[in-house]
Design a protein around this ligand. Sequence first.
Ligand SMILES: *Cc1c(COP(=O)(O)O)cnc(C)c1O
Length: 393
Amino acid sequence: MSIRIWLSRPHMSGKEQAYVDEAFASNFIAPLGPQLTEFEARFADYLGDGVHCLGLSSGSAALHLALRMQDIGPGDEVWVSSMTFAGGVFPILYERATPVFFDLSPNSWTIDADLLAEALAEAASKGRLPRAIIPTDLYGQSCDLDRLEAAAAEYGVPLIVDSAESAGASWNGRKCGTGGDLSILSFNGNKIITTGGGGMLVSRNKEAIERARMLSTQARDPAPHYEHSTYGYNYRMGNVPAAIGLGQLEVLDDRVTRRREIFKRYTETLGGIDGLSFMPEPDAAYSSRWLTTLTFAPELCGVTREEVRLALAQQGIESRPLWKPMHLQPLFAGSRYVGHGFDEALFWNGLCLPSGSDMTDTEQDEVIARVLDVLRIADHPDRRHDDASQMRF
Ligand SMILES: *Cc1c(COP(=O)(O)O)cnc(C)c1O
């Protein structure tokens, strides 16, 4: 069946068109232009904290540049959240460095700061500190910035915060995207705001952003001809995507409000049910609730995550398991993993529900009704048997 209710779709506000029209009217189509300069300036304003922004072709490109900026190379260890999207880890491989994967805390579903602090102390005692730490702000929620920044500073390890999923969220009033030495954001199509594909590198360090700008445009030295003393990339954001971004930035806070509303409606209708647990929000966090995520404990609620997912899919409702932890991926077999398998349990039992800001209440009610259906069937084993025999998965 084709999808009727999506997990998270691009949601244009109408304001984007005027900015795109301006870009077209002035023929600033490519490569750069005033819309890009404006997008970076306004985003830096939005984030606050004296940061500088560099618009790039993707969040992965931003992360790659961040690693390059830290001179990460072959044999270097980079510590990273295991439960994340591959785009938040692959750039480590581009530099032939070695990822070490960390578990999440059950209290926040973001990287376990205790585990990380212990591992840092142990690594320091052996003189084998990592060259960088990349915590992920997962599903719209900031990692514990205060503790991670303090731990990184104590050992002098650069902190690169992957805020790709968390534009619009904050931690103790600090916006996601302003943490660590460098932060990255993504404007991919399924993120809370989109430029149709794009990303951003953010830092308070102006020279770092200037150097990244140079590397992102094929590492041209100042000269009338093409002069290169190092190698670079073609990673810069185009002016037309930036024009879309200008319109999207205007509605970012509204999008966060809407996604939080959607989360609230899910918890109000499903929250009290035995065996269902939603992603917790620590007091210091203001989550964007990019995606509503929850787990189904089959021994308590009688159904598995997969049964729920398939039942939704039968009605044309898109849902998805949580990210498969990187240490479970075939690509990373044999990698070092620091943790207790909390992220593994999240993966086996966790589901992301449709959370798009353009989803109507009626559509969300349909999702909720379908989930309740599956749980009710589980309450009556006879009916469950009949129903299961009719399903064609
Ligand atoms: C989306 C995402 C990225 C990559 O961003 P792209 O713009 O798709 O390259 C990196 N890390 C995380 C956690 C993401 O969700």
